[in-house]
Design a protein around this ligand. Structure first.
Ligand code: TXA
Ligand code: MG
Length: 321
């Protein structure tokens, strides 16, 4: 076995925690599937997750914590959320909840949304790692976009070699399908993705639930607009701007001295680094989205690498729904 894959003993878990604190990516076992983990509070680490998966879109990621104490600073828990937590956590349930205003979780991890998808996994290695690292971990399934979710360390290595710094190995994930994603910000709550906890079991706690909503797993082709909610600024947004007027806010990329105008100008990455641009995207859009401007102009952004996902999000933001 190469040094990329290490048996998840105490020293490997310690090493993983150190890598994660330094913004690196670590694949780790959960009871559902292996996750590709990164520091959820670090925009650059979250951008690296999207880059490693090669997703053409920023789908919001699940945030993993070891216990309720670690979760309470991140999201608002409702009474129903506590009931579900009591019944199903730790375990294969993900709850979408309103983000706390002071939540340290990266806006990129939730693709700009005011909600966070959160889960407390039961796998002992995931538990030990989360406790040791002491920061919430964003972790999608540890596979390249379009490939099946991995249930074995070797699957992760095949899919992500060169893109992950360490794979913690602990045999096969015993559930083998992802967690159920339940949106608790709507009334009644809605299942967004079927998974390890059945609708029937949720209904025993919540009463009747509506039909399951859109599926947004990354191995399911997701046509633009299908993801039921996405971040949209209040101001109109126009793309591929080569100049801005005096009342527009301007978002640029790379060297931008030749782009004139803009009441407030922010640069996603002066050096032209698309991962840095992704890391800054949602925070900068929010900063520019102020009522005293009359629109947001965005300079052209390349479409290679994370540029595809950046352009996809801007495209959605530019279509007023
Ligand atoms: O079992 C699992 O859940 C695995 C393991 C590693 O924990 N993780 C996983 O994560 O499948 P990911 O990032 O591949 O799945 C994210 C799912 C997507 O369906 C996404 O659309 C939804 O959760 N999601 C995340 N944040 C959301 C939000 N704020 N609102 C609505 N849906 C959200
Ligand atoms: Mg997946």
């Amino acid at each position: 076995m190469s040094h990329l894959i290490q048996q998840a003993d105490l020293s490997a878990i310690e090493k993983a925690a150190q890598l994660l604190r330094n913004g690196k990516l670590v694949a780790f076992p959960t009871e559902t599937v292996y996750g590709l983990g990164g520091d959820a509070t670090n925009d650059q680490a979250v951008a690296a997750i999207y880059a490693a998966k090669g997703r053409p879109q920023f789908n919001p990621l699940i945030i993993h914590v070891p216990d309720l104490g670690a979760l309470e600073p991140l999201v608002h828990m409702s009474e129903a959320a506590y009931k579900l937590a009591h019944q199903f956590w730790p375990g294969p349930l993900t709850m979408v909840l309103p983000r706390q205003s002071g939540s340290p979780v990266s806006l990129l991890a939730s693709a700009g949304l005011d909600t966070l998808a959160i889960r407390i996994p039961s796998h002992p290695v995931a538990q030990q790692l989360l406790k040791k690292v002491g920061i919430p971990l964003a972790a999608p399934s540890a596979n390249a976009s379009g490939k099946l979710s991995p249930t074995m360390p070797l699957h992760v290595a095949e899919s992500l070699a060169g893109k992950v710094d360490l794979i913690l190995a602990a045999g096969k994930s015993n559930i083998g399908i992802e967690s159920t994603v339940l949106n608790l910000t709507t009334s009644p709550p809605q299942i967004l993705r079927p998974g390890g906890i059945s609708k029937e079991r949720l209904e025993q706690v919540l009463g009747p639930l509506p039909e399951t909503g859109h599926q947004t797993e990354d191995h399911q082709p997701l046509s633009p607009g299908l993801l039921s909610s996405h971040y949209a600024p209040h101001l109109p947004l126009r793309m591929n701007a080569h100049e801005a007027d005096a009342r527009e806010a301007l978002l640029t990329f790379g060297p931008d001295h030749f782009i004139k105008g803009g009441a407030l100008r922010l640069n996603l990455s002066p050096s032209g680094d698309l991962n840095e641009a992704a890391a800054n995207l949602f925070a900068m859009l929010r900063e520019l989205d102020q009522p005293h401007f009359n629109g947001i102009a965005v300079a052209p952004i390349p479409t290679n690498g994370l540029g595809a996902a950046i352009n996809d999000r801007l495209q959605r933001a530019s279509i007023k729904s």
